[in-house]
Ligand binder design. Structure first.
Ligand code: CP
Ligand code: NVA
Length: 309
C-alpha cells in the first residue's frame, strides 16, 4: 500500500505519469467525459485546518469519478478522543482513501503506522504535495512543457516551498528560493535535493532580485502560515523586503508569470498590482488543484494498484 505524505514518496517517472494522467483527465472533463473510476468508493477528508481549494477540489473530483466523500472535522477526535492505535485502523477500515490536512506532520507519520487504506497529505506544517503537483501542471500548460522553465519562490521556506523544491529536484527544473537567512531551509536539505537531481538546480539566496533574475515563474505564499499566527508581527518585519511587487517582477524574464498557492494577503507578500495583473496565473493554478489531485488519486487507487498487484 502506498501513501503520499510528501513528493519524496514518488519517483520522477511516477510524478511524470501523475502529471500526464492529470492533463488527460482535465481534457476528458472539458470534453464532457466523466469516467466512473472510483464508483462506490469512499474517500475521507480528515481536516484539522481550514481549507477552500483542497477540500472542495477533493470532494468535487470524487463526485466526478463516481465516488463519495466524507468530510471529517475536529469532532471525530483524531489524536484527542482515543489512541491512534484505535482511531486509525477503525477509520481507515471504512474508507478506500484518506486525505489528511494536519497541524503536525509528525502526527500524520505516526498515524500511517495504523492505516489500512492509502493516505494523501492535503497539507501539513512541513509539506503540501498536492499543491506542487498542481503548480507544475500549471507551469507545463503555460510554457507548453517543462524544458525551458525556471521558478523563483520569494518568502519564507515553508510547506509549499518544500514540496516545490522536491518536485523541481525530481523533474530537473531550476528553482531559486529567495528568503532571509533565518527563513531558509537547512543547507543539508538543499544538498540532498541537488544530489538526487545530479546537478545544482535548487539554490537559496537572501537576495530576492538575484533569485528572480530571468526566471519564467515567480511564486510566493503568505508570510504567516496557519499555526504561526503568534509570530505574525515579527514575520511581517523580517520579510518586508521580500514582497513580490512590480519592481521585483521586472527583474524576471520578459513575459514571466506570477503564481501563488492562495489564500493571499494583498499588500503583504504580493501587491494587488501583481496578483491582479495579466501576468498572474492564480485562477488557472487553483483550478488545477482539481485536475492534479484527480490524476494523483486515479494513479494511486487505480493504475498503481493494478501495476503492483
Ligand atoms: N492552497 C490551498 O491549499 O488552499 P486551501 O488552504 O484553501 O485548501
Ligand atoms: N503556507 C500556507 C499554505 C496554505 C495553503 C499555510 O500553511 O498556511
Amino acid at each position: 500500500m502506498r501513501h503520499v505524505l510528501s513528493l519524496f514518496d514518488l519517483n520522477s517517472d511516477e510524478i511524470r505519469r501523475v502529471l500526464e494522467l492529470s492533463a488527460q483527465l482535465k481534457a476528458d472533463l472539458a470534453s464532457g467525459k466523466r469516467e466512473s473510476l472510483l464508483e462506490n468508493h469512499v474517500i475521507g477528508l480528515l481536516f484539522e485546518k481550514p481549507s477552500l481549494r483542497t477540500r472542495v477540489s477533493f470532494e468535487t473530483l470524487t463526485s466526478h469519478l463516481g465516488g463519495n466523500s466524507l468530510f471529517l472535522g475536529s469532532d471525530v477526535g483524531w489524536g484527542t478522543r482515543e489512541p491512534l492505535c484505535d482511531f486509525m485502523p477503525i477509520l481507515t477500515s471504512y474508507l478506500d482513501l484518506l486525505i489528511i490536512r494536519a497541524k503536525s506532520h509528525a502526527l500524520v507519520q505516526k498515524s500511517l503506522e495504523f492505516s489500512q487504506c492509502p493516505v494523501i497529505n492535503g497539507l501539513t506544517d512541513v509539506s503540501h504535495p498536492c499543491q506542487a503537483l498542481a503548480d507544475i501542471l500549471t507551469v507545463q500548460e503555460i510554457a507548453g512543457g517543462l524544458q525551458d522553465v525556471s521558478l523563483a519562490y520569494i518568502g519564507d521556506a515553508n510547506n509549499v516551498t518544500y514540496s516545490l523544491a522536491v518536485i523541481c529536484s525530481r523533474l530537473g527544473i531550476p528553482f531559486n528560493i529567495g528568503a532571509p537567512g533565518a527563513y531558509q531551509f537547512e543547507s543539508s536539505f538543499i544538498e540532498q535535493l541537488n544530489a538526487d537531481a545530479g546537478k545544482e538546480i535548487i539554490r537559496q539566496t537572501d537576495d530576492p532580485k538575484a533569485a528572480v533574475e530571468n526566471v519564467s515563474f515567480v511564486y510566493t505564499d503568505v508570510w504567516t502560515s496557519m499555526g504561526q499566527e503568534a509570530e505574525s508581527k515579527q514575520r511581517l518585519k523580517d520579510l518586508a523586503a521580500y514582497q513580490v511587487n512590480e519592481e521585483l517582477m521586472s527583474v524576471a524574464a520578459p513575459g514571466a508569470k506570477f503564481l501563488h498557492c492562495l489564500p493571499a494577503r494583498r499588500g503583504e507578500e504580493v501587491t494587488s498590482g501583481v496578483i491582479d495583473s495579466p501576468a498572474s496565473a492564480i485562477v488557472q493554478q487553483a483550478n488545477n488543484r482539481l485536475h492534479a489531485q484527480k490524476g494523483l488519486v486515479v494513479w494511486l487507487m487505480n493504475e498503481h494498484q493494478v501495476q503492483s498487484s
